[in-house]
Ligand binder design. Structure first.
Ligand code: P6P
Length: 348
């Protein structure tokens, strides 16, 4: 049976928080925006949309033209939806406040318009991530940050669109994870991955090993376990440099994706609100887990829009093994700290 994304949103209405009709209309904005974006992604090299603009974005990263196009397309599509009160983007320093004080405006949407954009010029898979919150009960209608600085556990919907060998939209409203593949011949997203479950144990690990000398020790120890077969099977390494693509493989094939804090990024490389949160929401909905190396991503109370976080996401088995490594490392540190303290006390 052929089910479109639009039909699926309607079927999910009993699971939609807030006004289901409004959330359905809001989610349909993803359909329009992602079709427009993918049409340019597929033609990037042909319509001189390739290449970098002179200016840089709030992250200090060279903005690719396609980044700008994707960002403007998403903002235009969501600005038209009366239920959207706040829009926040990786490309914009501050959130955009819409419909000041309107009772219809009840949702905030946060997105990374084109994650992995450094891969655009080399035709490697990139993606759009999105995260949707209801306006908090006591939020000041004039302070858009109060709408978006919420823990990921408060998301009412989240997902991504991956522009790879095909264009796939993956989302959840808290009732499982579902994937839809765009059929370009009819311009419709068709349900192709119903109720995705992340394999308990997979065969891949994904990390940028060029930074291994900067990783905390227990990450190195864990990766070596994966490599050596100590966890009961041999793992292959895959790292694309587009978190959405690396996660999509992890979601479907299992395994683990890790991006720990390093000297260059002491808080972590990935952004909490529009990379880690939506992916963590999906991972948990699919039976996996996501942490910052120490605690559940969805429990983290954000303090600013573009804050970064360490990020570890994967299947049940790999995540439990990683937690074990991290816990043993903390216990060793505690023992060493106590030994040093007793030496100081002894020598007085
Ligand atoms: P590096 C893309 O810019 C991104 O935010 C993630 O999608 C990706 O996993 C990471 O950065 C890659 O960063 O420094 O390892 O190339």
């Amino acid at each position: 049976m052929v089910i479109s994304f639009q039909q699926h949103i309607v079927q999910e209405q009993n699971h939609l928080l807030g006004s289901s009709v409004e959330l359905q209309w809001l989610l349909s904005g993803i359909i329009l925006a992602s079709k427009l974006i993918q049409s340019q992604v597929r033609r990037a090299g042909l319509v001189d949309i390739l290449g970098a603009l002179e200016n840089t974005n709030v992250q200090g990263e060279i903005q690719q033209k396609l980044d700008v196009y994707a960002n403007e397309t998403l903002i235009t599509c969501f600005r038209q939806r009366a239920s959207v009160g706040v829009i926040a983007s990786e490309e914009n320093e501050h959130p955009i406040l819409l419909r000041r004080g309107s009772s219809d405006a009840q949702y905030a949407i946060i997105f990374d318009p084109l994650d992995g954009s450094s891969n655009i010029d080399v035709a490697v898979t990139i993606g759009t991530t999105f995260s949707i919150f209801c306006r908090p009960e006591n939020a000041d209608a004039d302070d858009p940050l109060q709408w978006v600085l919420q823990p990921g556990s408060k998301q009412v919907a989240a997902g991504y669109v991956i522009y790879g060998s095909s264009t796939v939209l993956v989302y959840s409203v808290g009732n499982g994870v579902h994937g839809f593949t765009l059929d370009p011949s009819i311009g419709t997203y068709i349900l192709t991955h119903e109720n995705i479950r992340m394999p308990e144990q997979g065969g891949y690990y994904s990390i940028n090993e060029s930074y291994v000398a900067k990783f905390p020790g227990h990450y190195v120890e864990y990766i070596n376990k994966l490599k050596s077969g100590a966890l009961g099977k041999s793992y292959s390494s895959r790292f694309i440099g587009s978190m959405v693509a690396d996660f999509h493989r992890t979601l479907l094939r299992g395994g683990i994706f890790l991006y720990p804090a390093t000297g260059d990024f002491p808080e972590g490389r990935l952004r909490l609100l529009y990379e880690a949160n939506p992916i963590a929401f999906l991972a948990e909905q699919a039976g996996g887990a996501a942490t910052n190396g120490e605690r559940r991503i969805l429990d983290i109370e954000p303090t600013h829009l573009h804050q970064r976080s360490s990020f570890v996401v994967g299947g049940k088995f790999e995540m439990e093994e990683f937690e074990r490594c991290a816990r043993e490392a903390r216990e060793k540190d505690d023992i060493l700290t106590n030994q040093k303290r007793s030496r100081v006390e002894y020598t007085g």
